[in-house]
Each structure stands twice: as structure tokens, then as C-alpha cells.
Design a protein around this ligand. Structure first.
Ligand SMILES: NC(=O)c1ccc[n+]([C@@H]2O[C@H](COP(=O)([O-])OP(=O)(O)OC[C@H]3O[C@@H](n4cnc5c(N)ncnc54)[C@H](OP(=O)(O)O)[C@@H]3O)[C@@H](O)[C@H]2O)c1
Length: 349
């Protein structure tokens, strides 16, 4: 099956995804998937569209061009993301897909929400690694997709390539998620571990930025917004929460956390930024991101540096813990690939 793809956003994740598609060509062929990239849209690096699809060597050149700071399309006259999606919608195809990887705006979810709506309106399925649409507008977008018989998939939005949404959707039919808690932000976890080892806050943050682990705007990580967006996303998908990140009670880490982390460690415990959701007995939903002191026996206490973990409470399965030892770009790109495979399976014969 030929799947025509428009990439909206061509940053670190999308460029790695293009490489992964090429590396996985044989495996995808065995799954009856022939991906054809027809469009690439960026904000400042131009945009391109080609009905016939780009050859592998042209795509590799685009990856190098943008990585070096150059454009893929003309400086003026490049189609906008919305124009590009219109063109995708006019194509004759077995399936059309938008892969959305623009920058997260945690307050509004834009521009990603508009891109998702535009893609659905032209008959394209949606795959995204951007937390914005799921964290800020999940119910409406999922309903719009379902009404049009299209898929809205977002495995890469939380915990990189670890299949948490697929896990629940595909392997836990008829289970009720009653809550979850997790260490779900790598930057703050790495910083807390570094501060336990004696680094100060500024030093630890600078190292995370130099390593490309912190978000472009590090306040998203250290003020707890990234974790709040992930909590909102999971609560929306699993618990019909209909919330945004602003509805999550939130704290982050500050320079004082260095003193706290070392004091807690001296008592044999660990300081962790924990994101959680719990359905109270009266039906109300409690959503929080908070710096907590964890007992050494807590499964979240053992997570060092970039490790993440999530405990999911469900009826009737009880408590499941899924751990990610190391996250990162390649895993997020892989999540996009797994969504493409999930989409192919839904298309059937
Ligand atoms: N990096 C990770 O490991 C990771 C993990 C999980 C999830 N994510 C999420 O995945 C998304 C992409 O991350 P990234 O690291 O690839 O980001 P990035 O390197 O900053 O790339 C973002 C891309 O989006 C483009 N863009 C921004 N606004 C746009 C608009 N209005 N129209 C068209 N293109 C637009 C940018 O274009 P210009 O370059 O021209 O500005 C750039 O190509 C983010 O939402 C992030 O939160 C990332």
C-alpha cells in the first residue's frame, strides 16, 4: 500500500524519521507499506512539495541541508504548511498522512492543533510526536478523526518510543485506567541526579542544554510544564479528562532543589519530579506534577539520569510499571514509524 506523507516540521525528530524510513525499507515492505514523502514544511527553512514523491537521495540531501542550517525550498514563495496539506488532500492515494513534529506550545497547543484539523479536513490521517494536540484538544480532535474515518495517532508524544498508548489501546481491551504516576521528564530527572552528586542547579541545567536533552526553552522542563503536558495527554486519552496542561497542579525544580535532593538522599530516599493522575472516590480527577520524596523501595526511586518510568493503575489488571532506560531522538522517530504500521494495519486489505 502506497502511503503519501507530508512532514509538517522538519527538525531533529522528522529528520531522524526520514533516515529511519530508509533504514527500515525492507521491514516496511514486508508489512506491505510503501511510504512516499511528497511534502516537507518548515517555519524558516522553506517548504517543498512533489507529487511524484522525493527519491531517497534527495531526502538525504534535505536532511543534510537543514541540519547545516540551509533551506529545503525557496526563500520566498514556499508553500505554507496549510497549502501543503491542501495539495496532499488533492492527491490520488491509497492513504494520505500528515506527520506533525512542530515545536510544542504548551499553553495553546498551536500551531499543531490547526495542522491536525487541516489534515483531517483534507482526508489525511494524522501522526504526531507533538504533545500539544493530545494535551490541549484530545477529545475534539479524536472525535473529528473518528467522524471522518481517519486515524489520529501520537505514540511519540509521551516517553519517546516506549509504546504506552499502543500498550493500553491494543493490549488492555475493556480495562479501566484509574490512575497513573511516573517520572516522565528526562531533563529534571537528570538534573536531580546530578545535583545529588554535588553539581549546582545552573551547572546541571547547562549540561542538559549542551547535550540537547533540555527543551529549546528549558523553562518548559524545569517549571514542570512538559511533565504537566504529558499528564494532561495521558489523562485525556485514558481517563476522558478533557483537561489542558493548565489544569494540572504543578511545581518544578529550582536551585533550592539541590539542597533538598542531597538532604533526601542522605536519609536513604530520592527526590523525584512525579507526574500523576488519580480518580478520587467521588469521581473527581486529581492531576499533579510535584517534587516528591520517595522511599528507596518505590519503583520510581531507582531511575537514574534519563531513565523514565510510568506506573499505570487499572481494573482489573492492577498496577503495571513500564520503564524506559534511555530515551531520545531515535526512539521518538521509531514511535512515528510504529504509528505508521498501526495505521497500515487499520487500513486492512
Ligand atoms: N526531540 C525529542 O527527543 C522529542 C521527544 C518527544 C517529543 N518531541 C516533540 O517532537 C516535536 C519536534 O521536536 P524536534 O526536536 O524535532 O523539534 P525541532 O528540531 O525544533 O524542529 C521543529 C520543526 O518544526 C518546524 N516548525 C515550527 N513551526 C512551524 C510551522 N508553523 N509550520 C511549519 N513548520 C514549523 C521548524 O521549522 P524551522 O526549523 O524552520 O523553524 C522545525 O523544522 C516537538 O513537539 C517536541 O516536543 C521531541
Amino acid at each position: 500500500v502506497r502511503i503519501h506523507i507530508a512532514l509538517i516540521g522538519f527538525g531533529h525528530v522528522a529528520r531522524r524519521f526520514v533516515q529511519l524510513l530508509s533504514e527500515s525499507r525492507d521491514a516496511l515492505r514486508a508489512l506491505d507499506i510503501e511510504p512516499v514523502i511528497v511534502g516537507i514544511a518548515t517555519r524558516r527553512h522553506g517548504s517543498v512539495f512533489l507529487d511524484a514523491g522525493f527519491e531517497a537521495d534527495t531526502l538525504a540531501r534535505f536532511v543534510d541541508l537543514v541540519a547545516a542550517g540551509n533551506a529545503v525550498g525557496p526563500a520566498s514563495g514556499s508553500p505554507t504548511a496549510l497549502e501543503l496539506l491542501q495539495r496532499l488532500g488533492r492527491m490520488r492515494s491509497d492513504a494520505r498522512v500528515m506527520i506533525e513534529t512542530t515545536v510544542l506550545n504548551v499553553q495553546s497547543g498551536e500551531p499543531a492543533i490547526s495542522h491536525v484539523r487541516a489534515a483531517l479536513s483534507v482526508g489525511a490521517h494524522v501522526i504526531t510526536a507533538n504533545k500539544g494536540p493530545v494535551a490541549c484538544a484530545y477529545r475534539a480532535l479524536a472525535d473529528e478523526a473518528a467522524e471522518r474515518g481517519l486515524s489520529f495517532l501520537f505514540e511519540g508524544a509521551v516517553m519517546d518510543g516506549i509504546p504506552i498508548f499502543n500498550l493500553v489501546r491494543e493490549t488492555m481491551p475493556a480495562a479501566t485506567i484509574t490512575g497513573f504516576r511516573g517520572v516522565i521528564n528526562s531533563t529534571t530527572n537528570s538534573m536531580l541526579c546530578a545535583m545529588e552528586r554535588g553539581e549546582d542547579y545552573d551547572e546541571a541545567l547547562r549540561r542538559m542544554q549542551d547535550a540537547g536533552i533540555a527543551e529549546a526553552d528549558p523553562t518548559l522542563d524545569v517549571d514542570g510544564w512538559d511533565a504537566a503536558a504529558k499528564v494532561a495527554a495521558m489523562a485525556n486519552v485514558w481517563m476522558d479528562a478533557r483537561v489542558t496542561p493548565r489544569d494540572v497542579v504543578r511545581s518544578g525544580i529550582t536551585w533550592k532543589s539541590a539542597i533538598y535532593a542531597r538532604a533526601v538522599l542522605a536519609l536513604g530516599r530520592r527526590a523525584k519530579l512525579v507526574g500523576m493522575a488519580r480518580r478520587e472516590a467521588d469521581g473527581r480527577l486529581h492531576l499533579r506534577v510535584w517534587l516528591e520524596e520517595l522511599e528507596a523501595s518505590d519503583p520510581l526511586a531507582h531511575l537514574d539520569d534519563q531513565a523514565n518510568a510510568l506506573e499505570i493503575d487499572s481494573t482489573p489488571l492492577g498496577r503495571i510499571v513500564i520503564t524506559q532506560r534511555d530515551g531520545g531522538l531515535e526512539k521518538t522517530a521509531y514511535a512515528l514509524l510504529t504509528d505508521l504500521v498501526a495505521l497500515r494495519r487499520r487500513l486492512g486489505r
